[in-house]
Design a protein around this ligand. Structure first.
Ligand SMILES: Cc1cc2nc3c(=O)[nH]c(=O)nc-3n(C[C@H](O)[C@H](O)[C@H](O)COP(=O)(O)OP(=O)(O)OC[C@H]3O[C@@H](n4cnc5c(N)ncnc54)[C@H](O)[C@@H]3O)c2cc1C
Length: 381
């Protein structure tokens, strides 16, 4: 392949994944990150086969395994009674939990090792269909391929006039990384397996859910879900400890840790774009398909689409890139559209409270393997 150049807006999971996949296929790549330093804010993340296979293709599986976990079970409780105890691995679904800063550091290190240039403090204000990124300092940089991976408020998307529909759900979530405090939790509930992911649902007398996710031996990711119209449940920057411990007393040690940290309440939203591509520009990640986090698939879809994008454009002639992008969207997008619909539906109905989530089509993207050249033959349609 003759030398090709890509300019990417945003060094989140989507942008870094695209950068590595393109660089490994011989592209010269520059990523613009508006933040002054390369870091991921946020707490924990659950990854499934669609993402783990990408990390494996990048040669990063061993490094990821060093500071992540495969919890024994995914347990769902309603009013503190177990309603299901599922082992995704036994159901054929690879999964892993970790912190976001860790995943981000592994990806940014791998991008640099692959020869990607990362420009921090470089803010993108827009793009052109012909293949240019416009920067906040007034300059413009040209490329064969422009990738808009600049998150839910994407200036790349908005500058191209790409319209979208947006749905908000009634609930939202505040996320924290806290010390595990496993021994203290065991003193309160000795029979509980505190290495499990435990989805503590509570719908009566009020909707307050805690998603408890061990991320490694020392760190715990807890996500506190409350309706947007519950002022006490959604209170930030400091959570209302009295309210949360009154409903989930067995989690008091880790809720106390969360109360020491400033939190940000994030209301669930789904964005459905009229198109993911325009000319030489492709949108990936939350810029293209922000989704409710019910299925824990926003980052997974971001990374699988970044990977398949790199494959599709590398297989095309430079002159044919706009057509290759259109074809990539036609083939790959339906999986993400369906995942968005299912996630939004789970968010609207709070259906995950019933447990038994690892069945049927809910698993479609979790099971997807973007690195498998025959994936379209056997993916669940
Ligand atoms: C509560 C919650 C839980 C979730 N849990 C999971 C989970 O368990 N598993 C999962 O797979 N997904 C999960 N997700 C979804 C996942 O977090 C996102 O889909 C994913 O982080 C999106 O990555 P991104 O790279 O597209 O966007 P972002 O992470 O938003 O990254 C965008 C990057 O672009 C930069 N940027 C923005 N504007 C500019 C600009 N103008 N110029 C240059 N740079 C710019 C930003 O600084 C940032 O670095 C969850 C989401 C939520 C809200």
């Amino acid at each position: 392949m003759t030398s090709r150049h890509a300019e990417i807006s945003g060094a989140g999971f989507a942008g870094l994944t695209a950068a590595i996949a393109l660089a490994q296929r011989g592209w010269s790549v520059r990523v613009h990150e508006k933040g002054e330093s390369l870091r991921e804010q946020g707490a924990g993340i659950v990854l499934w086969q669609n993402t783990l296979s990408v990390l494996d293709a990048f040669g990063l599986s061993d490094e990821i395994a060093e500071r992540s976990m495969v919890p024994p079970f995914y347990e769902t409780r309603m009013q503190n009674t177990i309603v299901s105890d599922e082992d995704p691995l036994a159901l054929g679904i690879p999964w892993r939990t970790m912190t976001r800063p860790f995943l981000h550091s592994v990806l940014s290190k791998a991008a640099k090792a692959a020869g990607v240039e990362i420009a921090t403090g470089s803010e993108v204000v827009g793009a052109t269909e012909a293949g240019a990124l416009k920067l906040a300092d007034g300059s413009e940089v040209e490329a064969d391929l422009i990738v808009g991976a600049d998150g839910v408020a994407s200036p790349t998307r908005d500058s191209l006039g790409i319209g979208y529909d947006r749905w908000h759900a009634k609930d939202g979530i505040t996320r924290f990384l806290v010390p595990r405090r496993k021994e203290d939790l065991q003193k309160i509930e000795p029979d509980t397996e505190w290495d499990n992911v435990i989805d503590f649902w509570n719908l009566e007398p009020r909707v307050l859910r805690v998603l408890y996710t061990p991320a490694n031996a020392e760190e715990l990711y807890i996500a506190l879900m409350a309706p947007a119209d519950d002022a006490e449940g959604s209170a930030v920057p400091t959570i209302n400890l009295e309210v949360w411990t009154s409903i989930h007393p067995q989690l008091t040690p880790v809720l106390e840790e969360a109360a020491k940290i400033e939190g940000k309440y994030f209301r669930y939203q789904t964005n459905r774009l009229e198109t993911w591509t325009k000319g030489r520009v492709a949108l990936i990640g939350d810029a293209a398909h922000a989704m409710a986090p019910a299925l824990a698939q926003g980052g997974g879809c971001a990374m699988m689409n970044a990977y398949t994008l790199a494959e599709a454009v590398s297989a095309a002639e430079v002159g044919d890139l706009p057509d290759a992008l259109t074809e990539w969207e036609r083939i790959e997008r339906p999986y993400t559209d369906r995942c968005q619909d299912r996630s939004q539906n789970f968010a609207d109905t709070r259906g995950m409270a019933q447990g038994g989530q690892f069945v049927g089509e809910s698993n479609e993207t979790a099971l997807y393997d973007p690195t498998d050249p025959h994936r379209h033959d056997h993916a669940i349609a």
